[in-house]
Ligand binder design. Structure first.
Ligand SMILES: [Zn+2]
Length: 124
């Protein structure tokens, strides 16, 4: 659920950031999609990627230390770095940059919430 909200919020924030006059609108390759479509798709993508860490490393009964690399601070740092590289690479299509950032934000929201639990996250 947090990934859904994160995806929608990041989509709106990103569109706001890239719009020169400060009003929400779509631009370049996203022009064929309406703002509502982009926000809804972003919410779905953020929601799916918010579930991804527990799909990759499921918590089963008796394996409370299920959090490994895909639940680690190392992956969180890699995702933040890679998202920055993607977001600042203007050679990439805007749609690709947008949805990569939304997906990464959904994933990172899961890691940040898990990091606040007693089990926490491993460094690697
Ligand atoms: Zn988790």
């Amino acid at each position: 659920m947090t990934g859904v909200i994160t995806g929608a919020v990041v989509a709106i924030a990103r569109l706001q950031y890239y719009d020169a006059d400060g009003t929400l609108s779509t631009d370049s390759s996203m022009g064929s999609l309406s703002l509502t479509s982009i926000v809804l798709i972003s919410a779905a993508v953020g929601g799916q990627f918010g579930l991804m860490p527990d799909i990759l490393e499921p918590a089963k009964s008796g394996n409370w230390r299920h959090r490994k690399f895909f639940h680690s601070y190392a992956l969180l740092a890699l995702l933040v770095w890679f998202t920055y590289q993607t977001e600042t690479n203007l050679g990439l299509d805007d749609l690709v940059r947008h949805f990569f950032t939304v997906a990464a934000a959904g994933y990172v929201s899961h890691l940040l919430l898990d990091s606040r639990t007693p089990a926490g996250l491993p460094w690697v």
